[in-house]
Design a protein around this ligand. Sequence first.
Ligand code: ZN
Length: 290
Amino acid sequence: MPSRTSYVGRFAPSPTGPLHLGSLACAMASWVDARAHEGTWLVRIEDIDPPRDIPGADRLILELLAAYGMTSDRAVVWQHDRNERYEEIFNDLKDRHLVYGCACTRGEIFAADAQLGLARGVYPGTCRNGTQGRPPRAWRFAATSDPVSFVDRWCGLQTQNVEKETGDFVVRRADGLWAYQLAVVIDDADAGITDVVRGQDLLDNTPRQMLLQRAIGAASPRYMHIPLVTDAHGDKLSKQRKAAAATSEDRLGTLDALWVHLGFERIGADNVNAFWQEAINQWKERWCSI
Ligand SMILES: [Zn+2]
């Protein structure tokens, strides 16, 4: 099998708390996919939301990844260091009239949705042609009306009409912070990411990110969206729901449990290195031609 040495993957956690098992599953899948492709694996800390970020969580996340044998092949990137770069791209999009200021409040958007029969929260394009003298709050990317399609390695063919399903979306928030969609696209492009492996909670964000990639002239990576780890009630594990943090105790048990979650059988290795060796082989066999 020819190796794809150009493969560059990443794991990009938000430091809003310690890693829970769902995030660890994403780290595992992106790590093993990168190793199976003999590629490069990066870690990026997505700390662009200071009100939600918890001081020190980034360090805990990196320590936990290291305890599981996952370390970034290049220097770890923190999004808070990249504001100037986001500003540069944002100004370029503004100059090209691909983003525009929006003066609408959430309440106004919901009221317009109800009136126009749109799903709640879909931006109805009110400010596309100006804010009627009101000061802009957020900045939105003008979505195109043609459907965006891609083949997800896990979920298969996906198609979304961004204009209809989300409307023009925010790239700079009303509080002045960068929206996730903009930062993630610029960071992936600058790092030369070829493969994104992440949770299915982000599957429906992908078409928005692909529109931004086209706008900034970046190639779209391949995508694989893995199933979310759920709790005993079937709810997604998340930091908001106060899901239990993953710990470095019983690492082999945890790795095996997550491996089963990813559709494989328990490996039952004696140590973490041996686990990964076997996992990489199994992953290669199942996923590396796809
Ligand atoms: Zn508006």
